[in-house]
Design a protein around this ligand. Structure first.
Ligand code: NAG
Ligand code: NAG
Length: 512
């Protein structure tokens, strides 16, 4: 009876789904995963010649909620003898994966003597998990936590330091690193780099509303609800199917015998009669559910939206042509895992309540480097700077924030001068907080970027400076925001030379 009702309800739900207007721009598919190794995903071995690659890269896996996440482990060669290597854990942003340009930053860190672990979230790249391309802040943060636990638990082996661990995240992951670190015990990570970070879902929803208008936003939300409904109906049918599957009674076990004896004794009761009737109906119901599941399968495949599109398109990110070009410029020729620029539409229902900026107050003792892009239409520089200022004011002794602003858009920090400037600054910051160098500013000027940037030292506001015992006890916190704004087109020649050198040293991995 209950079963029949449930089946009828599900049938009605599926009929309803079938009548929904199917958006031409919504793609219903089961994205196929390609497990072949792409040329850019191959392991790298350190070169023997003086100009050879000064690090190796291997592929490994760790588990997140029982699903394997794939990671590239970068191991600097010439530092390996000097004791356990500090580790930078890195991951990608929304609708990306580790082979989409992140190698260039890991490369810079490994050249500077830092190990790097760069991973794919579940359902992306080399990681397991279905349906593919499931963007979800909740799940990504779980993956981040699994990566941190893996590294701090000694999963990389004795060559890697479990104490000196820092987090690096770009775009969506720039928010995830803050959320992840806020839930770790104090001192668990040494520092955080948040590049062009996603900080506030509410702000992003407001910006979306301004850019798309209410109908545009509702369309995205309808697509998300549509995908969620399909997933819920598929899960419900699968659960019902397994609940109706013949029970695995094994009368040879002690419990099986006891149950058999008990049911024999109760065989005459009315309850037993009902039970027998249900048992008799069960195979038919199971069959009906399985047929329904099969018939409904085409209606219950996941619904994908375009990751990026022009203004007006149904796409998660609406971008200008130059931004789209910059986005694809950092990509390899062949994508790991059969990647396509599609994401499960359900993400539209999760991002507006995701507010990494709320985690900042719990990160008071932690050094933070924020890198923003002045022309960023997705994660505006003003928000990033405000977060850096808030972090600086809240900083406890030893903590504090640094802020670097690049003169480019969200996707352009992966090559040329922007990559040079940002990675050099990150290297200085990470090394300093791993205790490898003293005086980060001196190191930065040694790398030649001082001349083309305008640096200002900003103090915390006066009220923070003068108030209470904390301010007295923590003089370091009073100058805890260091701001650097890079000017457009400054000093390009030397930076471009640097990039060419990199390309020559590691021609095989360019574009990885
Ligand atoms: C799978 O990936 C490999 C390596 O990139 C590629 O050569 C192959 O064509 C892909 N297969 C399919 C079915 O896309
Ligand atoms: C992940 O889980 C699987 C299955 O439980 C196990 O065989 C494997 O060893 C685990 N991997 C790691 C790195 O812990």
């Amino acid at each position: 009876m209950v079963t029949a009702l449930a089946v009828a309800l599900l049938g009605a739900a599926i009929a309803f789904l079938a009548t929904l207007p199917y958006e031409a721009e919504l793609l219903h598919t089961t994205l196929a995963r390609n497990t072949s190794l792409t040329p850019d995903a191959r392991p790298l071995t350190p070169g023997v010649s003086p100009d050879g690659l000064p690090y190796g890269r291997s592929t490994l896996h760790f588990n997140s909620s029982g699903t394997a996440c794939e990671a590239w482990l970068y191991t600097p060669a010439k530092w390996a003898a000097a004791g356990p290597l500090p580790v930078v854990i890195m991951a990608h942003g929304l609708g990306a994966q580790k082979d989409l340009g992140l190698h260039r930053y890991a490369d810079a860190f490994a050249r500077a003597g830092l190990a790097a672990l760069l991973f794919d979230y579940r359902t992306f790249g080399g990681s397991d998990g279905e349906p593919r391309h499931w963007v979800s802040p909740r799940r990504h943060v779980e993956d981040w936590r699994a990566a941190v636990d893996f590294v701090k638990g000694g999963g990389l082996g004795p060559q890697y330091d479990t104490e000196r661990v820092s987090l690096w995240g770009t775009s969506f992951a720039g928010g995830h690193v803050l959320v992840t670190a806020a839930d770790l015990p104090p001192g668990a990570v040494k520092s955080i780099v948040a590049m062009v970070p996603f900080l506030d879902g509410i702000e992003s929803a407001k910006a979306n509303l301004r850019a798309r208008g209410l109908p545009g936003v509702l369309r995205l939300l309808a697509a998300a609800a549509h995908d969620k409904l399909r997933a819920a109906a598929a899960t419900a049918l699968d659960r019902l199917g397994s609940a109706l599957a013949p029970p695995n009674t094994d009368s040879t076990t002690a419990t099986g015998k006891a149950q058999a004896a008990a049911s024999a004794a109760a065989a005459d009761s009315p309850a037993a009669a009902v039970e027998r009737l249900l048992a008799a109906l069960r195979p038919a119901a199971a069959d009906a559910v399985s047929r329904l599941r099969e018939a409904a399968a085409p209606l219950l495949t996941p619904a994908y939206v375009k990751l990026l599109g022009a203004p007006g398109e149904l796409a998660l990110m609406q971008l200008q042509p130059a931004e789209i070009a910059a986005y694809f410029a950092k990509h390899p020729k062949e994508y790991q895992g059969g990647w396509r620029p599609l994401v499960l539409a359900r993400v539209g229902l999760e991002t507006s309540s995701y507010r990494p900026t709320k985690s900042l107050e719990r990160l008071a003792g932690l050094p933070l480097l924020f890198v923003s892009a002045a022309e960023d239409s997705l994660c505006p520089a003003a928000l990033v700077r405000a977060a850096a200022e808030a972090a600086a004011v809240a900083a406890a002794p030893g903590g504090g924030a640094e802020y670097l602003e690049l003169p480019c858009d969200h996707f352009s920090a992966y090559s040329g001068e922007h990559l040079e400037v940002a990675s050099a600054r990150m290297v200085t910051f990470l090394r300093k907080h791993f205790g490898l160098d003293e005086g980060g500013s001196a190191a930065a000027s040694a790398q030649g970027h001082e001349a083309k940037s305008q640096r200002e030292e900003a103090g915390a506001p006066d009220e923070a400076r003068g108030s209470g015992a904390d301010a007295g006890a923590a003089p370091a916190a009073q100058r805890s925001l260091e701001v650097e704004t890079v000017e457009e087109g400054a000093g390009g020649a030397s930076a471009r030379e640097g990039v060419d050198e990199n390309a020559e040293a590691a021609p095989k991995v360019e574009g990885a």
